[in-house]
Write a protein that binds this ligand. Structure first.
Ligand SMILES: Nc1nc2c(c(=O)[nH]1)N[C@H]1C(S)=C(S)[C@@H](COP(=O)(O)OP(=O)(O)OC[C@H]3O[C@@H](n4cnc5c(N)ncnc54)[C@H](O)[C@@H]3O)O[C@H]1N2
Ligand code: MOO
Length: 405
């Protein structure tokens, strides 16, 4: 077992044990935020035919050579094509077809003029400027051409991607199944929100914060409830959770105290502990153990510390599990809005939100940074890194921030 390792070392240790979720076919309408398990390649052009972007007339551009206000060219209008229909005739020299927006360009025609730019006299129109070949015609495949890669496997399905797949006639989409992740809250002091409090007891918030974060990652949480600080009880519950879920998360009991039983429960189960404790603040107490290909990640009990480790270490793992190719967080340079007065002997992550002020991305603290202050996660969309062995950080200094979801 490794101890006191870096965040990156911890990630690479757990990534080696990252099972990929199974695949399933889903109806297109149910694919928002799901992860593609196949490349989406266009088998059709969009638009499928060249079309008119205007209500107007189509004709042969070459027939307008030399046309001007003083010397307009006259065309005989031979028919009309609304959107959804095709012309009966091809356009020949001196002929035009009335066309509505979105209708296919008739054979022979290669230029479009808007209604408001022509003179209409009965079945004739006159055009008073010269047109180029293809002028104002939307070519077939302008949006997407046959063979284009629209989205690669591992991409999150977004609203425009759903629209594109609909345009391409893709009604069934292969996506990764939502993984199941179990949550166990350890601590003799814990009470569920539905239970009354008693002296020395506190409410279990971690389970609910994690359920929320998991759902927003497209994961199905499996809530295993509260467990006493007893290694045998924790072991039994972890074993049961492994049967029901792809990954088990625990909170609490990963530090050095007499009642910090997660390490002992992992040993009791015969699991291999990959590491214990990482070099960050907050959230240093944490653990990962594996048995028969299943992973247990033990997070700190302190509500803010647990969520920092969850975001930094566990979220990339979960995203990788769900099939996402972009599983690593994005980083951005931010400017600190107010002084952070404490020194940081250890690598520290500050909870904050991004603001855009004076053409700069500003990091505003989300409040008191104590390891139990869950309120600091409210509105928190970035974790800004202060390198180890740093002194206080002044307003205006630049930090690297990790964007969280
Ligand atoms: N002697 C030392 N003591 C501690 C150290 C240390 O290095 N040496 N590290 C401290 C740090 S840092 C942290 S963080 C905590 C982490 O402890 P655990 O992860 O073992 O967590 P617990 O002790 O079980 O709980 C900590 C705190 O959080 C409350 N808690 C627990 N579960 C929940 C929950 N589900 N919902 C809400 N709140 C919860 C718990 O009541 C405690 O107050 O250890 C320090 N100690
Ligand atoms: O991990 Mo504790 O949360 O370092 O403060």
């Amino acid at each position: 077992m490794q101890k006191n390792i870096s965040l990156e070392e911890a990630q690479s240790l757990i990534f080696d044990y990252c099972p990929l979720t199974e695949k399933e076919n889903n109806h297109l309408a149910d694919t928002l935020d799901r992860i593609l398990a196949e490349d989406i390649v266009a088998r059709e052009n969009i638009p499928p035919f060249s079309r008119s972007p205007y209500d107007g007339f189509v004709f042969r551009a070459e027939d307008t050579a030399g046309a001007s206000e003083a010397n307009p060219v006259t065309f005989e209008v031979i028919e009309e094509v609304p959107a959804g229909y095709t012309a009966q005739n091809a356009v020949s020299k001196g002929q035009a077809i009335k066309i509505l927006t979105g209708a296919p360009i008739p054979e022979g025609a290669d230029a479009v003029v808007k209604f408001e730019e022509v003179e209409v006299q009965g079945s004739k129109i006159s055009v008073s400027k010269a047109f180029m070949h293809g002028e104002d015609i939307v070519p077939a495949g302008e949006d997407i051409a046959v063979g284009d890669l629209i989205a690669a496997e591992g991409t999150v399905v977004t609203a425009p991607l759903m629209g594109l797949m609909a345009s391409l006639g893709i009604a069934e989409v292969l996506v990764y199944k939502r993984p199941k992740i179990a949550i166990i809250s350890t601590g003799d002091e814990l009470r569920d929100v539905t239970e009354p409090l008693a002296p020395g007891k506190i409410r279990n918030s971690n389970s609910y914060t994690l359920q929320g974060y998991l759902r927003s990652l497209g994961v199905e949480p499996v809530v295993m409830g509260i467990c006493k600080d007893k290694k045998e009880d924790v072991a039994v519950l972890v074993e049961e959770a492994w049967k029901q879920a792809d990954l088990v998360l625990t909170t609490g009991g990963v530090s050095v105290g007499d009642y910090d039983v997660i390490r002992h429960a992992a040993d009791y189960l015969g699991a291999e502990t990959l590491f214990w404790k990482i070099e960050i603040k907050p959230g240093s107490p944490c653990l990962a153990a594996v048995k028969d290909g299943k992973m247990l990640i033990g997070l700190s009990g302190n509500p803010a510390a647990a969520m920092v480790t969850f975001q930094l270490m566990t979220v990339p793992y979960i995203k990788k599990m769900t099939g996402r190719k972009d599983y690593c967080y994005r980083k951005i340079e931010v400017t600190l809005k107010k002084d952070f007065r404490k020194p940081s002997p250890r690598r520290r992550f500050l909870r904050g939100r991004m603001l855009y002020e004076n053409s700069m991305v500003i990091m505003e603290s989300t409040g008191e940074q104590g390891n139990g202050v869950l309120r600091s996660m409210l509105g928190c969309d970035i974790l800004a890194e202060i390198p180890e062995k740093s002194g206080p950080v002044k307003a205006g200094e630049k930090l690297t921030a990790y964007i969280i979801e």
